[in-house]
Design a protein around this ligand. Structure first.
Ligand code: UDP
Length: 236
């Protein structure tokens, strides 16, 4: 694997909840921060997109009687809350960190600009890209793919609860086999659920490789950066 210079790390909001299932677990938050800081100290530029599922999901809001667009806007705001928690934790660790939001809301964060994010990354900041794409009917996976392409990331690292992509759901099917690598076409053909199709297509069309790995096991991010085979790599 090439030496990684710039990565976009996608964290799920749900993982941030830790065992509680919702809200923000300070233990999980600190674990994540420690991992990411260690990687940044190796000289890797890190941009982060975090979901909002631990606070609010558009579709579940819709089910409760909130119409879709409003529900999605609430979901996007939830990603901003998680992003602020990340920034606070990075700053507490003595790291330089900046939040960019896709929807204008200074002084909560700076309005997103890919040029400014690139500049901040070059200056050694960890950048947190909040608010999804700013549009309803999209996901934070799509926001992660879009931002990764825009800022010229070498890889999109998708942190999940499992250590890669399997032939079937390993939590349900014990005979499921893990892929070390797989092409985007094969993922489509087999109908595997890696990311939503909009996100996948963006990565495929822009030749952005994706690594799917288990973010909840301590030390994994560093191992991944060191080139250990603990993820499934999806590429063209
Ligand atoms: N969302 C959206 N547009 C975007 C990104 C997110 O409308 O570009 C909304 C959508 O309602 C989604 C919610 O924000 O359900 C939270 O994001 P997601 O479910 O992707 O978070 P995760 O599952 O990663 O925690």
């Amino acid at each position: 694997m090439q030496k990684l210079k710039r990565i976009l790390l996608k964290l799920s909001g749900e993982s941030l909840a830790g065992g509680a299932g919702q809200g923000i677990s300070s233990e999980r938050l600190n674990d994540y921060i420690a991992e990411i800081v260690a990687v940044a100290q190796k000289g890797v530029q890190v941009a982060i997109v975090i979901g909002g599922g631990n606070i609010f999901r558009g579709l579940s809001g819709t089910a409760k009687g909130v119409e879709r667009v409003t529900g999605d806007q609430m979901g996007m705001l939830a990603t901003v809350i998680n992003s602020l928690a990340l920034r606070a934790a990075f700053l507490a660790h003595g790291c330089k960190a900046e939040v960019f939001t896709s929807i204008r809301m200074e002084p909560v964060g700076k309005l997103y600009s890919s040029m400014e994010v690139r500049q901040k990354l070059d200056e050694g900041y960890i950048t947190i890209l909040a608010g999804g794409t700013g549009n309803p009917y999209f996901t934070t996976d799509t926001a992660a793919a879009l931002r990764a392409v825009e800022i010229g990331a070498d890889y999109l690292l998708k942190g999940t609860r499992v250590d890669g992509i399997y032939t079937a759901d390993p939590e349900k099917d014990p005979s499921a086999v893990r892929f070390d690598s797989i092409s985007f076409d094969e993922v489509y053909r087999r109908g595997l659920s890696v990311m939503d199709l909009t996100a996948m297509t963006l990565c495929r069309e822009n030749n952005l490789p994706v690594m799917v790995f288990d973010m909840d096991t301590k030390g994994n991010l560093l191992k991944l950066i060191a080139g250990e085979n603990i993820a499934t790599v999806v590429s063209n």
